[in-house]
Design a binder for this molecule. Structure first.
Ligand code: AMP
Ligand code: GLY
Length: 431
């Protein structure tokens, strides 16, 4: 069977790598892919927003399954597009339709869903330009820090943690009046700040049954010790030591089960991954957000821990048999370190030749993101460039291997965080 993966990051490379190990997969295509996915999969040079072209490709290449990596294609309705076509509706699309994707596409919609179904989350209120004055009053009486969020998709940049009332007013003005995020900021969610430690929990679901995937923790800030600007992700670790059986039972009972019941009550069909961004507040899970896809760079850490055949897992989704699917998980720890271009997440230079890949230890996985081949040379072509993942019996061992690989691969001004997992190591040592 032929599969088409939509996206061009290390997440999609990891999914392609895993799917191509399945005896049921003949060809794995990635649209548009990157230099890494062109290595042993086939790239289709198609814009992910061009559904017509993607559909044509799916017909021409006898695609039976489409796995959607990024959220924007889902929010724009790629699943609906396939579902509504006579020629495409037999294709299993892994990723929800527009209605389900709203859980990520609108923070206000998502928060209302939490409220309606009693899912633990930060207290909030939503405002628009018309209720600007009410928002100012609300912020005057709010505790600090306060969190302001652009309602729509803002490529991970639409969340502002305001330390003071003045900072909150500046953020409010930027969002609602100066339209810093365009239409995505036409509504603003203001919510209470949750103090705790984050964990990313993933399920694959048909809206009724689900399979719990390994959890992970990602590291978003550019600087060591979580300092500096937010990025698309600098590294990840899986499993997460504090997400033990007792904590995960609370996640199932208080979050996952009410979420699936809520989807059914609200008549929202859902076929795909659900990424539950959680804050562990004194041992209790609170949902920060839902994403309607896998996380990046979490995927690069969790996929290598899945021993089961990914294609078979997707087939169980298609056949509504997830409830009886036994997912086999590697008990070892995976650590992912992202190599980025110097200057990222602000300005950086592209086109530098990447060297050292051939010297990476053979048991380390290398997933490409912003890479390209020009004149037979591998160059950096984005901010986040390559993710390396290593498995180890302990977190320390996995991190040592991943850091060694990160040091081995280089180009002018490449940067990576040497302290991925630092907070989990501290917890373990009881410091
Ligand atoms: P989001 O775009 O919703 O994932 O938010 C980005 C990041 O902001 C999250 O990963 C958290 O680190 C942080 N964040 C979002 N909401 C809250 C909150 N209510 N309390 C504390 N931190 C938050
Ligand atoms: N790692 C966070 C995300 O994928 O949104």
């Amino acid at each position: 069977m032929n599969v088409l993966i939509i996206g061009s990051g290390a997440r999609e490379h990891a999914i392609a790598w895993k799917l191509s190990q399945s005896e049921y997969c003949d060809k794995v295509f990635v649209a548009p892919g990157n230099a890494g996915t062109s290595d042993f999969h086939t790239n289709a040079s198609i814009d992910i927003h061009n559904f017509e072209e993607l559909a044509k490709f799916a017909c021409d290449f006898n695609i039976m399954m489409v796995v959607v990596g990024p959220e924007n294609a889902l929010v724009e309705g790629i699943h609906d597009y396939f579902q509504n076509s006579e020629y495409l509706k037999h294709i299993l699309v892994v990723g929800p339709t527009k209605a389900g994707a709203m859980l990520e596409g609108s923070k206000d919609f998502c928060k209302a869903f939490f409220s309606r179904h009693n899912i633990p989350t930060a207290r909030y209120q939503t405002f628009t330009e018309a209720t600007y004055r009410d928002a100012v009053e609300y912020l005057r009486n709010h505790s600090y820090p306060a969190v302001l969020k652009a309602d729509g998709l803002a490529a991970g940049k639409g969340v502002i943690i305001a330390q003071t009332f003045d900072e909150a007013i500046d953020a409010l003005e930027d969002l609602l009046r100066n339209k810093k995020f365009g239409n995505a900021g036409s509504k603003v969610v203001i919510e209470e700040y949750l103090q705790g430690i984050e964990v990313s929990v993933f399920i694959l679901t048909d809206g009724k049954e689900y399979v719990l995937l390994p959890e992970a923790k990602d590291y978003k800030r550019i600087g060591e010790a979580d300092a500096g600007l937010n990025t698309g992700g600098m590294g990840a670790v899986s499993p997460v030591p504090f997400a033990d059986d007792a904590f995960m039972q609370k996640v199932k009972d208080r979050v996952i089960t009410p979420t699936l019941t809520g989807l059914q009550q609200d008549n929202i069909p859902y076929t795909g991954f659900l990424f539950i961004g959680l804050m562990n507040v004194n041992g209790d899970p609170y949902v920060i957000e839902y994403n309607v896809r896998l996380g990046d760079p979490e995927t690069e850490a969790i996929i290598p821990r899945i021993k089961s055949d990914l294609f078979e897992l997707f087939r169980a989704l298609h056949d509504h048999k997830l409830g009886s699917f036994k997912l086999e998980i590697d008990p070892r720890t995976a650590a992912t370190v992202f190599l980025v271009s110097g200057g990222y997440p602000e300005g950086f230079e592209k086109g530098k030749v990447i060297t050292g890949l051939e010297n990476v230890d053979k048991d380390v996985l290398v997933f490409h993101a912003g890479t390209k081949i020009v004149n037979d040379k591998l160059i950096n072509n984005g901010g986040r460039v390559i993710a390396v993942t290593a498995l180890g019996d302990t977190l320390e061992e996995a991190l040592a291997k991943a850091n060694k690989a990160a040091e081995t691969i280089t180009w002018q001004n490449r940067y990576y965080r040497r302290d991925i997992g630092f907070d989990l190591r501290t917890i373990k040592a009881g410091i």
